[in-house]
Design a protein around this ligand. Structure first.
Ligand code: PEP
Ligand code: MG
Length: 768
């Protein structure tokens, strides 16, 4: 059974379009279950009707013709109940609905299972049988449920692909095609999609037609020649070390490269108008599928060779290509997984939006995007990345939604939002040099989180009072080896100088989790619970010591350095780190540098730290809550996983209770406490944190003016009352609504706008 499922999923996965995928499903399921009919009905979102999309056993002419209203017939019943329905005698069921054009009067037993993806019913998979005596048994029901669950994602994806290429289920031209993800960075952008994909990844090659057939043929032929030469060279080099039968493996490769084999088929497809990379991808996938389905294990293994050959050819085709990527004036970068380096490739001033399949609002690339003020949508798991290249896109970073090929109404609607945002930001510029204090005189320091030098420039122009979190891993991530002490010293000096005499809090290297260094890979089953942050650097004192030494030397003459330790879960980690910092301090002074001992603080990011605040605070100068990680660990929700993004809630009562406790316990031993997670940059979150007594709020530069303007307009007693009210509530959503309402009543509705549900609704209005 497992092997039937595996090959079915593989085949469906490599289908060229939705129709081919559905045809494969019905024909394979019908055969595997030995039944007379297998059909797929998909729910068309536009008409809210189930459309018969593919069948094996009913009259083929009825495909695309027969449709049922949302709750009509047995198909509608399966969809609305969201569970299988297994009937021995379907025609006698009160909900049975008969369509003469299908010829289904011949069939009596019926088994329908819903196709559900991320809680959304996509359609219904049905099998039918002539004799009522042949009722589908439990095993068959379980099989169909398994097939449907496995295929739901693939169907959702191919449906999206079909829709974006202009083929909606009903065949109408598709405009304003929307895809939902999670908000990554607020704001709205309208621009042109540029798909960036990892080099030599066949799966990531976009589908593109070409008119320059001769040029593509030429490119492909020279790639084949180059790969042939590579293989001959390797074979010659190894000739003396291999036995003849092992050497024969290279002959297999060379034979696959002969004109009659793989290249011949690629050439045919190019001649049909597909660009060389796309043609190669199609042929390789077809070969791989073919080999993987063979019963002979030896032949199954050949799929690996084909894939390898495909990658080699692709890397020759792509040589230099990424470097010559054209970035339009208003670029929306689209990728399976965006990386900080990809952002850096776009020429200055041309990047307006970001779209990523992987990751969520707390992924580091999203944090970077917020710092840069670039509207971003993350976790768009079902977007057909490959088809967004060159398309006009609207990125709605408030709602976590993108629209492809917007109509003029939708474009005008979003353009108005962009204009209003610009106006709001300009209006806030006047606050730059004003202190952040409530109407009754309670002061809070507003600091910024930085990583790149661009953050510093933006922060200064927004009136930040210092850096609450400098993520030192950012300069490490954009290099291909550990930066030297001297290089680090230069990076750190820039940050320290830009803000002197105000404090600059540098966090020691926080790698692991989702922050990988290409040159120091950490492979773990469970990286967020693994070797991360201080755990790595204490195990590698040579990295920690060099970093602290560079920080201390960089601070000479400025005296505004503070050092912060990430991911502390034990007192001993603090003590060991302090010991190393003291050691470096004395050594650097002995070398003749005129430096002061920096303040040292710890991050509260792990639930264990929440319960040891006093013990931690007694040992250090300050505490800073990393609410991004603290939320992830308290709620057991991976901050990067779009599947559970709805459960990641910084307004969760448990998170708020923990934050209250941290502030109280730190103050009870007389130590200042700040926060540098994203909650600090949320106007509502900032109000609650101020009410809890947090001394400083550190956030991305773009949020700072809004937060300042809100805090300057309220009195602290009002905020404390709001905090007390929400602490009595037990649902994160109700708490969020309550805070939003308070902000609206206080005249800050514009800062929330577009509110969680309103943009989508307004956008729909604009279109209808
Ligand atoms: C946090 O966890 O809240 C934090 C500020 O650190 P990072 O987001 O870099 O993990
Ligand atoms: Mg963290």
């Amino acid at each position: 059974m497992l092997s039937i499922l595996r090959s079915l999923v593989q085949e469906v996965n490599s289908a060229r379009d939705l129709q081919e995928a559905l045809d494969i499903i019905v024909s394979r399921v019908q055969k595997a279950m030995g039944t007379e009919v297998c059909s797929v009905y998909l729910l068309d979102p536009a008409s809210n009707r189930y459309i018969l999309m593919a069948t094996e056993g009913l009259y083929k002419d009825s495909v695309g013709q027969v449709s049922l209203a949302y709750s009509e017939g047995l198909v509608g019943l399966v969809g609305s109940r969201e569970e299988p329905i297994n009937l021995e005698d379907a025609p006698s069921h009160p909900r049975y609905r008969y369509f003469p054009e299908t010829g289904e009067e011949r069939f009596r037993s019926f088994l329908g299972v819903p196709i559900i993806h991320h809680r959304r019913v996509l359609g219904v998979l049905v099998v039918q049988q002539r004799e009522s005596s042949r009722c589908f048994d439990e095993g068959e029901e379980a099989f169909l449920v398994t097939v449907s669950a496995q295929l739901a994602g693939v169907i959702a994806h191919s449906e999206a692909t079909g829709v974006i290429s202009g083929l909606s289920l009903t065949g109408e031209e598709a405009r304003d095609v929307s895809f939902g993800g999670v908000p990554g960075a607020p704001g709205v952008a309208i621009g042109t999609g540029v798909v960036v994909y990892p080099v030599a990844d066949l799966d990531a090659v976009p589908e593109k037609p070409t008119e320059e057939i001769d040029q593509e043929l030429e490119l492909f032929r020279s790639a084949v020649d180059a790969v042939r030469e590579d293989i001959e060279r390797v074979a010659n080099r190894l000739a003396s070390q291999l036995r003849p039968e092992e050497q024969a493996l290279f002959d297999v490769y060379l034979r696959m490269l002969s004109d009659e084999a793989l290249p011949g088929e690629v050439v045919n497809r190019i001649q049909e108008g597909v660009w060389a990379q796309g043609a190669l991808k199609q042929v390789v996938q077809q070969y791989v599928r073919h080999f993987e389905m063979m019963d002979d294990l030896y032949l199954q293994e050949r799929a690996v060779d084909i894939r390898d050959l495909g990658r080699r050819l692709l890397s020759h085709l792509q040589e230099g290509e990424q470097k010559h990527l054209e970035y339009p004036e208003r670029t929306v970068l689209v990728s399976e997984e965006l990386t900080p380096a990809m952002l850096g490739e776009v020429p200055k001033g041309q990047l307006v939006g970001l779209v990523s399949v992987k990751g969520s609002s707390n992924s580091h690339v999203a944090i970077l995007a917020r710092a840069m003020g670039v509207p971003t949508v993350m976790g768009l798991v079902d977007i057909p990345v490959n088809q967004l290249d060159g398309r006009e896109l609207v990125v709605d970073g408030f709602e976590g939604q993108i629209f492809a090929s917007p109509s003029s109404d939708l474009r005008a609607f979003y353009q108005a939002i962009c204009d209003e945002e610009d106006e709001l930001v300009r209006g806030l510029e006047a606050l730059r040099d004003k202190p952040c204090e409530t109407t009754d005189g309670h002061r809070v320091s507003l600091l910024v989180n930085t990583g790149l030098m661009t953050d510093v420039v933006r922060s200064l122009s927004h009136g930040a009072e210092g850096i609450g979190l400098y993520r030192t891993e950012v300069p490490f991530m954009i290099k291909d080896r550990f930066p030297s002490e001297q290089e680090q010293r230069e990076y750190y000096r820039e940050q320290l100088e830009a803000f002197a005499p105000n404090p600059v809090t540098m966090r020691t290297l926080d790698i692991g989790g989702d922050k990988a260094l290409t040159y120091f890979p950490i492979q773990e089953e469970n990286p967020f619970l693994g070797w991360r942050g201080i755990r790595v650097t204490l195990d590698h004192p040579e990295i920690f010591l060099v970093q602290v030494r560079a920080m201390l030397k960089a601070s000479e003459g400025l005296n505004n350095l503070q050092i912060m330790l990430p991911m502390i879960s034990n007192i001993s980690e603090v003590e060991e780190s302090l010991h190393l910092v003291y050691r470096v301090y004395h050594e650097v002074r002995e070398e003749g540098y005129d430096i002061h001992m920096p303040k040292v603080g710890v991050m509260v990011e792990v639930p264990a730290a929440v319960y040891q605040i006093r013990e931690l605070a007694e040992r250090v100068d300050f505490l800073s809550v990393g609410s991004n990680d603290l939320t992830q660990y308290l709620l057991a929700v991976d901050r990067n996983n779009p599947r559970v993004a709805q459960l990641y809630h910084s307004y969760h009562p448990a998170v708020l209770q923990a934050l209250v406790r941290v502030a109280q316990d730190a103050h009870s031993v007389g130590k200042p406490v700040g926060i540098c997670g994203e909650l600090a940059g949320d106007p509502g979150g900032a109000l609650l944190l101020m009410a809890m007594g947090y001394d400083s709020l550190s956030m991305n530069a773009a949020s700072l003016p809004k937060v300042k303007s809100v805090i300057r307009s309220v009195d602290r007693e009002w905020a404390i009352q709001l905090l007390e009210d929400v602490l009595l509530l037990d649902s994160p959503h109700v708490i969020k609504s309550c805070v939003d309402l308070a902000l609206r009543n206080a005249g800050f509705g514009r800062y929330l706008r577009p509110a969680r549900t309103s943009t989508a609704a307004l956008a729909e209005q604009a279109v209808s």
